[in-house]
Design a protein around this ligand. Sequence first.
Ligand SMILES: Cc1cc2nc3c(=O)[nH]c(=O)nc-3n(C[C@H](O)[C@H](O)[C@H](O)COP(=O)(O)O)c2cc1C
Length: 323
Amino acid sequence: MKTKITELFGIEHPIIQGGMHHVGFAELAAAVSNAGGLGTITGLTQGTPEKLANEIDKCKSMTDKPFAVNLTFLPSLTPPDYPGLVDVIVEKDVPIVETAGRNPAEYLPKLKDAGIKIIHKCTSVRHSLKAQSIGCDAVSVDGFECGGHPGEDDIPNFILLPRAADELEIPFVASGGMADGRSLIAAMALGAEGMNMGTRFIATEDAPVHQNVKEAIVNASELDTRLIMRSLTNTERVLNNSAVERLMEKEKALGENLTFADIVDEVAGVYPKIMHEGTMEAGAWSCGMVAGLVNDIPTVEELINRIMSEANNIIDQKLKVLA
Ligand SMILES: Cc1cc2nc3c(=O)[nH]c(=O)nc-3n(C[C@H](O)[C@H](O)[C@H](O)COP(=O)(O)O)c2cc1C
């Protein structure tokens, strides 16, 4: 399927795997790219520029197709070495960067001078327009359904995507709640040029995370996610568990007086325990409502082929018949 996104990134299918903390390693990124989508290594998860360089080398040894590196700009007491990470991305000739979090303008000149394409992930039309105005090549529009940080506007994709389509000139993909061929065709009908998935890609054989994480997604329904950290203006959609319930009790008790220190046990440093050790109650971890649509653990190749064949069937058997 040819769209503005497949053309921009030189990929076969308009399907992107978004950066995911402690999930986006070379194994997953290469599997997605080898299957014709765009895989993404998560920059911050690697820790240092040297480790990111090693992960990029590893990914290159596993695929000769284009892949991306995610750079998430979050407020932090001890900021990561962003300039060092950007230098490595440029030195290693990574063709595409997915930026997320705050405005990436500071790092764009260096990335763009190196010919790197930038897709900025954000959760509102105004931030999408900002990304367009600072020179991003594309946007990933992340609706309220999404796993991770949906922002504070709470606009679901059925409204957000056509709003983005009405205002944006650069191409965009739909992110949040995407799982199958139906999602892809719906996203394109609403104006997107493809889709970005997070949660769905975790429940695959290729995702380098503990089996318990994959099974937790398969076993979850669309009712099982919760929004946390709203009072800190850092809302995150996570899968419910005992740590999340504990955290929400503190939010209820402390209200606007809640500080990050109050919930540090439930959110800080929990990803390695969950993703790699499979200790599912260790803390809060991002997960989308789309878990309700995830019922199996295929390989990435099976998943992407299935999505494309479902999408083509919808076009051939439903849309063409209706036309
Ligand atoms: C476990 C997990 C970790 C994530 N970590 C990041 C991250 O570090 N940086 C980022 O930009 N997005 C992150 N995301 C968001 C995804 O890239 C993607 O935008 C989101 O999952 C899309 O929604 P979906 O889960 O409904 O597909 C994460 C999502 C999940 C589920």
